[in-house]
Design a protein. Structure first.
Lengths: 368, 368
């Protein structure tokens, strides 16, 4: 079920690329941005050359521009992205989801440290539209990623500040592009199991990993319906000590359940593994699974198909979101919307007649 | 995954309520409509009074108007619907899905005959956007519903002729309204497991029933991902003779799998039953389950909540679909779309820059 427009007021927040907010009324809650306003902007070419030579400081500044709502920043950011685009696409993109408490941070620390020690360059991003930096978003608590934060070949960036899912997703996808241009060959995108954020992350990664805990038999009670069917892999975390036996039971439950699911479009069979992020067991196996997947979908050509589908998806999704913003932010629609909804709910007019009434008003106001 | 705009060209077909096709270029593939053009239209009041007194012939003619793309027909249809709306809402709406071969038609015949014999008035509709009457849609083959077709208290109507899902869904939802105004207290909406049609049907019924067959352990291979999580009930059909033992195994597999799913918003626990439509066993039990559900969600007030959510959903969904039609049918967008998509796929511009380029063109052409 995708009742994406049950709360059209959320659409207000996303202005897409054509942001029109001035400095005075732009809500600055981004500490990176705050710091940045003291620094002069680099030229587009300086950003690009810095990124291409793998300068993490320049990369970070460019990401801050992406996150900024100032038109001047956005203009530069878009030109930087465009120049970096030919260098993008050459990383493995791993989406990671799981309920709070599943141990995502310690898992990312463990898998991430394994990868950077093996010589990979790792960017860790997040999509969390509900986050506010001041309240501590996911990835905000770097104490659980102490080693990785300090590692030379790792770039960790929390979710862009609170905003609509569309806005946050756009910024994250653009950040992936810059990271790839900067030579990062591995990108993690973490998300919490809230709203539509998993769908967004699923639509920007190659492999979608669900982190689970062994529990009471109600293993999936905490997460949203449909997530299990999105997963390319499931890993049962904290499979150690007294938890090991329960984890084995959970593993076999998940395997049986997955057996009942229809085959994925990729023809890949979702695997269920166990690991312990604290004891560092099963971590290598998770990465081996990801590599097996990349190899498998490389051979059957699903990898490129999915990447292309995702690029198209985001183009059409952005168009749709902006069409809706234009509609729902229209003063005449704002005035009429609640009244029309009430008429529909009280059976005075049908849903379709209500929609038509609004559409007529909107298109007339646009002097078609 | 909802890549609803991967095929924006499909949007062409749906013009919503403001159909502008003249008689000459309207593709008439609806046999009901063909028959109708020979008859004069009734007045709005005559349609309404005919429907309200339960005249199935008048009901059928009014449904034909709903299905017609002629502006004159649509104008009358909308006024009839509006007048009937205060009388709607008082039926139990049951969605029925399952792969071809699961025995949907014989199941509907068996359950339907049980219900009309018990004194209920039953309307059987279908949503099948791919159907063309000439090719025989679902419900088209009435030989499998011989008794029900002849029953006095049953109204069977195949899917509206081929068209976009949005158009077909709208017509079906409007038909439900007229049937309810005509005193039908039970409405079945059948669908095949294709594309987004289950989501559409799920969004217009109270109870969503998945018909399954006992198989080889790959029970769900034939149906789309996510369907099982939409189901309020699963019934394993053809549970008879040599199939009975296999059906019991399938029943317990499904029960175990469902146990792993997160709780539904309704707090209802999906039940798994067995039946034989040919031997007429287990049929009463299916209806008892539906009644248990209606009672359960009546008490916890989910029933009304869901109905209201659905009404809002269709209003917003119609708005979105028409906004997209206006965009994708715009001549300038049609001209630019393929080129922009190619630029995105060849990494010349980002998905977001591509979207922005199209949006700028569209909104400029509308002289905002």
């Amino acid at each position: 079920m995708h009742y994406q427009h049950e709360h059209p007021e959320n659409a207000d927040e996303y202005k897409g690329l054509s942001v029109s907010k001035g400095i005075s009324n732009a809500p600055i809650i981004n500490p990176y941005l705050k710091k940045m306003r003291k620094k002069p902007l680099l030229s587009v070419n300086d950003y690009v050359s810095g990124i291409v030579r793998g300068d993490i400081s320049v990369l970070g500044q460019a990401v801050t521009l992406i996150e900024s709502s100032l038109p001047a920043h956005q203009a530069v950011a878009q030109r930087v992205i465009e120049k970096c685009l030919p260098l993008t696409g050459r990383s493995v993109r791993l989406g990671i989801t799981g309920v709070p408490g599943a141990g995502k941070s310690t898992f990312i620390e463990a898998l991430g440290m394994y990868l950077v020690r093996a010589g990979r360059k790792l960017a860790v991003l997040a999509v969390d539209p509900s986050s506010e930096r001041t309240k501590g978003s996911i990835l905000g608590d770097k104490t659980r990623m102490e080693e990785l934060s300090a590692a030379a070949n790792a770039f960790i960036r929390p979710s862009p500040a609170a905003g609509s899912l569309g806005g946050v997703a756009r910024k994250t996808r653009e950040t992936i592009a810059l990271c790839e241009a900067a030579g990062f060959d591995t990108v993690f995108v973490e998300t919490v199991g809230v709203g539509q954020s998993e769908t967004a992350v699923h639509s920007m990664v190659d492999f979608f990993l669900l982190i689970q805990l062994a529990g009471t038999g109600d293993e999936l009670q905490g997460i949203k319906r449909g997530i299990m069917e999105m997963a390319d892999g499931i890993v049962i975390n904290k499979a150690d000590g007294a938890n090991l036996q329960k984890s084995k039971v959970a593993q076999s439950l998940f395997k049986n359940a997955l057996h009942l699911f229809p085959e994925a479009e990729s023809h890949w069979t979702t695997e269920v593994l166990m690991c312990s992020s604290t004891e560092k067991t099963g971590i290598v196996e998770v990465w081996n699974m990801v590599e097996r997947y990349v190899d498998f979908v490389g051979k059957n050509r699903y990898f490129d198909y999915k990447r292309n589908t995702q690029s198209k998806y985001w183009m059409y999704e952005t168009v749709n979101e902006q069409l809706q913003n234009s509609f729902y932010n229209n003063p005449k629609i704002k005035e009429l919307l609640n009244k029309t909804e009430s008429e529909v709910l009280s059976h005075k007019i049908s849903s379709f007649a209500g929609a038509q009434k609004l559409l007529d008003k909107y298109f007339r106001s646009k002097t078609l």
